[in-house]
Design a protein around this ligand. Structure first.
Ligand code: ADP
Length: 266
């Protein structure tokens, strides 16, 4: 609570009294703190690849260029760090567009079965490589829905990509769609992977929050996938949640209205 005192002066001099204003500023302060944290995170995430690129470029300059094998490896690192930065900046731009509500949703009637098959196909190479079995199930109570196909493709892509990243060889992934008790479209992506510790589940949709930063980075993660998914689902008027058990697996479920929705407040 912020308290401000304003004295009331008498025309003839002296003070007649004081006005005290009590203002609840917790929300403002929380917002400001999370904004500061976000900027610090962005700076750090951008600085890390830049530092790596700089040192590898210097090593090349200092003679590594003469050794073709070494030079090839160093250029490879520079390239993959550059790609990480591009991914990060692309994700940040997408988030900022969703934040400013600039991104108009382009609704189209979408065949759910086809959409799920499509996302599974997109990952078929990595799925085969890791010998993971994938299954898509569309319950009989659903066939089509109005949604922004590109955006929901990205949500599904982020979820399946996580399921793949955090599931070891030979595991399984299941994508299921149906109608929930409130009459909304409900889609879930379940994996038999490493799971998420209880204490982290609550914060997992926050920007840059990861269970294991180093591991996520090695896997090429930006730490923004789930927060982007949440913003897209919210823009549609739905909700997203995660259930997980350590060393057993995780399940992310999101809901979407079946009909076109206007954004809250719109
Ligand atoms: P990242 O780019 O790091 O994957 P996300 O926002 O997509 O970022 O996910 C945040 C964190 O949540 C990940 O770093 C990981 O620790 C955890 N996570 C997300 N999905 C899964 C999953 N299916 N299984 C286990 N952990 C997961």
């Amino acid at each position: 609570v912020r308290v401000t005192f304003t004295p009331i002066h008498r025309r003839e001099g002296g003070i007649a009294g004081t006005i005290a204003v009590l203002q609840d500023v917790t929300e403002q302060e929380n917002l400001e703190a999370s904004r500061r944290e976000f900027v610090a995170n962005v700076s750090h995430e951008l600085r890390t690849p830049l530092t790596t690129i700089k040192s590898y470029a210097e090593a090349l300059d200092d003679g590594a260029m003469e050794d073709p094998q070494l030079a090839g490896r160093f250029v490879g690192v520079i390239r993959s760090e550059t790609e990480r930065m591009i991914r990060l900046v692309t994700d940040l731009l997408h988030l900022s567009r969703l934040d400013s509500r600039e991104a108009q949703l382009r609704y189209q009637e979408t065949d759910i079965a086809e959409m799920l098959e499509d996302v599974a196909d997109r990952f078929s190479f990595q799925i085969r490589q890791k010998r993971i079995s994938i299954r898509t199930i569309v319950r009989r109570d659903i066939s089509t829905a109005w949604l922004d196909r590109d955006q929901i493709d990205q949500v599904l892509g982020n979820l399946v990509s996580n399921a793949l990243k955090y599931t070891s060889e030979g595991g399984s992934i299941e994508i299921e769609a149906g109608r929930n008790s409130e009459g909304m479209l409900e889609i879930s992506v379940r994996d038999s992977g490493i799971g998420i510790p209880k204490k982290d589940i609550e914060r997992i949709f926050e920007r840059f929050y990861r269970v294991d930063k180093a591991r996520s980075r090695n896997m090429g993660g930006t730490g923004l996938g789930l927060s982007i998914a949440r913003e897209i689902v919210k823009a549609h008027g739905g909700a997203i949640s995660l259930q997980s058990e350590l060393n057993k697996g995780s399940k992310v479920t999101f809901t979407l209205p079946l009909e076109k929705q206007r954004r809250d407040g719109a």
